[in-house]
Design a protein around this ligand. Structure first.
Ligand SMILES: Cc1cc2nc3c(=O)[nH]c(=O)nc-3n(C[C@H](O)[C@H](O)[C@H](O)COP(=O)(O)OP(=O)(O)OC[C@H]3O[C@@H](n4cnc5c(N)ncnc54)[C@H](O)[C@@H]3O)c2cc1C
Length: 292
């Protein structure tokens, strides 16, 4: 059974930050509740104060700014991303990924901000946002800051958000020309909503010679936070993205990830999945970059 709590509904980000500061560790923000209601019902979290942020208009909306890129408000739900015309035009891959997230019930209530702020390791969006070099904007009682998504996620279920801070939006910069992106998620059972491994890749090629100019390979669910395959990225940069290089990069990525054995598969099994997914994702991203 859930413990009784006070329920507050601020209407501005400033008001919500003040409430967080006043109530300290006794308080929790509440967005869609997809994660929070489960852990509260199980008694794993027992906040005395719930600060529902759904009435804050500043946290809503999706828009594209030619300089900064795609802005997604923290309260935007998975379903809103999946069906957004702007997202479909600028980052169609995000709509396709969102279709695979959880189930329609979770997608209708769960927010993008809550997905990142919960720090859950078995998710899809963090590795995709990191591959896209996205940042999050954060407001606190002492002001605003922006950090790369990579720096937001510090450990399993732990973020770098301070007690009085709210994640307000996600900003994805425009892609360089001649870029290709791919995300592949693998789930070892059809009854499991969450991924077993998810690999996101973003490549940019030199248009004249098809040499790899930049590479971001991010592996999700194989570590407490998404893992960058930095050595694999270095193997690609400065080289044509050909099968032998892809093979070497996939091998390196499988060594760089940090999976643990669990019900979704053994450590060795997950490394083998990473190897296969990185190889496939790199081939597709390179193909997409070549035709752009
Ligand atoms: C059954 C199930 C299957 C799932 N499958 C997938 C999947 O396949 N892929 C995937 O990517 N994800 C998956 N998820 C995770 C899901 O995306 C998140 O649980 C959901 O998006 C959380 O958003 P919420 O708005 O419901 O957050 P809440 O439950 O309201 O909050 C989650 C946490 O984040 C904090 N928080 C929320 N918003 C903010 C904010 N703006 N600033 C700071 N802190 C904040 C809250 O205090 C709380 O600690 C799944 C979840 C469930 C329950």
């Amino acid at each position: 059974m859930m413990r009784a709590f006070d329920y507050l509904q601020p209407t501005t980000v400033a008001e919500a930050c003040e409430l967080l500061k006043r109530h300290g560790a006794r308080a929790r923000l509440y967005a869609g509740g997809a994660y929070l209601t489960i852990v509260m019902k199980e008694g794993l979290l027992e906040p005395e104060v719930l600060i529902d942020i759904k009435k804050i208009p500043e946290l809503r909306g999706i828009h594209f700014d030619a300089g900064e890129g795609l802005h997604i408000g923290a309260l935007v739900t998975h379903r809103e991303v999946e069906t957004s015309e702007i997202v479909r035009e600028k980052f169609p891959i995000l709509c396709d990924i969102e279709k695979q997230v959880a189930n329609i019930r979770v997608r209708n209530v769960g927010t993008v901000g809550g997905n990142l702020a919960s720090g859950e390791p078995l998710t899809d969006l963090p590795q995709v946002f990191i591959a896209l070099d996205a940042r999050v904007k954060i407001s606190g009682s002492s002001g605003e800051r922006a950090v790369p998504v990579e720096e937001l996620l510090v450990d399993s279920y732990q973020t770098s958000l301070a007690q009085d801070e709210i994640l307000t939006r996600i900003v994805i910069p425009p892609l360089p020309p001649d870029s290709g992106i791919e995300y592949i998620r693998f789930s070892s059972s059809s009854v499991v909503d969450k991924p077993c491994v998810g690999v996101a890749v973003c490549l940019a090629l030199d248009p004249a010679h098809k040499i790899c100019e930049s590479a971001r390979i991010v592996m999700g669910c194989v570590g407490p936070t998404p893992v960058r395959a930095s050595r694999a990225e270095q193997l690609l940069i400065g080289n044509p993205v050909q099968p032998a290089v892809i093979q070497e990069a996939a091998k390196s990525a499988a060594q760089e990830c940090r999976p643990v054995s669990d019900l979704r598969g053994s450590e060795a099994y997950k490394r083998a999945v990473v190897h296969a997914l990185v190889r496939r994702a790199l081939s597709t991203a390179a193909e997409r970059a070549s035709v752009n």
